[in-house]
Design a protein around this ligand. Sequence first.
Ligand code: C5P
Length: 399
Amino acid sequence: MRTLVHGKTILLIVGGGIAAFKALELVRELRRAGARVLPVLTENGTRFVTPLSLSALAGEKVRTSLWDLEDEAAMGHIQLSRAADLIVVCPATASLIQRAAAGAADDLATTLLLATDTPVLMVPAMNVRMWLHAATQRNVATLRGDGVTVMTPDDGEMACGEFGPGRLPDVAAIMAAIAAQFGPKPLLGRHALVTAGPTHEPIDPVRFIGNHSSGKQGFAIAGALASLGARVTLVAGPVHLPSPAGVTRVDVMTARDMQAACEAALPADIAVMVAAVADWRADAAARKLKKDGQPLPPLQLTENPDILAGIGQHTRRPALVVGFAAETHDLIANAAAKRVKKGADWIVANNVSDGVFGADSNHVHLVTATGAEDWGAQAKQAVATTLANRIAVHFSGSA
Ligand code: C5P
């Protein structure tokens, strides 16, 4: 099957990180998909993969230096950066990200990035502490603000033995992100409202009622809708996740804040309510509750507004309202009942009895007015892409 990558020229900058060897697999996949790959290896990159193996797989000469006179005669760095349909930086190390964010031009890779208006996709891979460091997050936010698509690294065990976000995403996910760069924008002109993450309901100034929602699924959906051209407002509860590219993010704490932010975001064509909203809030004490030998004060709980139901019945109801249902039993029946009760068009139902919260994969069913579809177990990114494509198909009939 011909993919969106067929016939495209990809300038691939390989940075100096332990994940550099996976760039070789990416080259193979890109070529298998019919792309031409122009490889650039940073000075540090040559310590992890050899120019020879990269060039053998790409079927092209590898460029490593700004000062190669022979290359300048054949194709100077300015032309090189413009000959490509897309520049992919994989792996994008903390140092490359930092120098690109600062607009440096101190080696071939950064000079190419600065000398071009070709779209850039960065695929970060680094130690978890380096990724989570405020400096790196600041640099990533700067690049995203400059229009660079920066993928979110995977969670998992790292080569250095630590655990957390920083691993290079799967080659399949990188290929999907590359294809998305060339994909059609069927949701252009549509506004999508997405909620994600938990809410925190204060008990007193230092304690809250919360839940284990990581926000990953909602963030992935916001990103997938944006990559199809939608203008996306992402109303996010308290989570530690970077904003997906091209998304306007509104950070909130409580369910009532989230509801107000959703109301303020209307009108919208699409609402996808993924947040795990706390069902109850406490009457928060103004001062920190003390033990003081006193009996525990009873928690007075009040039911929170149902944001999805409110949007489902709103006078400015979006044309397509999608809810989520996390169930531990009678998945389809409960989701179908929820769809009707909350005035949603679709419910994405998942079984949470086997630890979905915080995980990277999700087994969902799509419940609509006409029945239920089993989408099988997929990465949360893949669930997001499938749902976004489905939404695009829905609107293609009513353009
Ligand atoms: O009733 P339940 O919490 O299972 O419903 C889940 C769906 O409803 C999700 O889409 C969630 O975002 C939404 N919801 C909401 N406001 C609430 C509770 C749930 O928007 N207070």
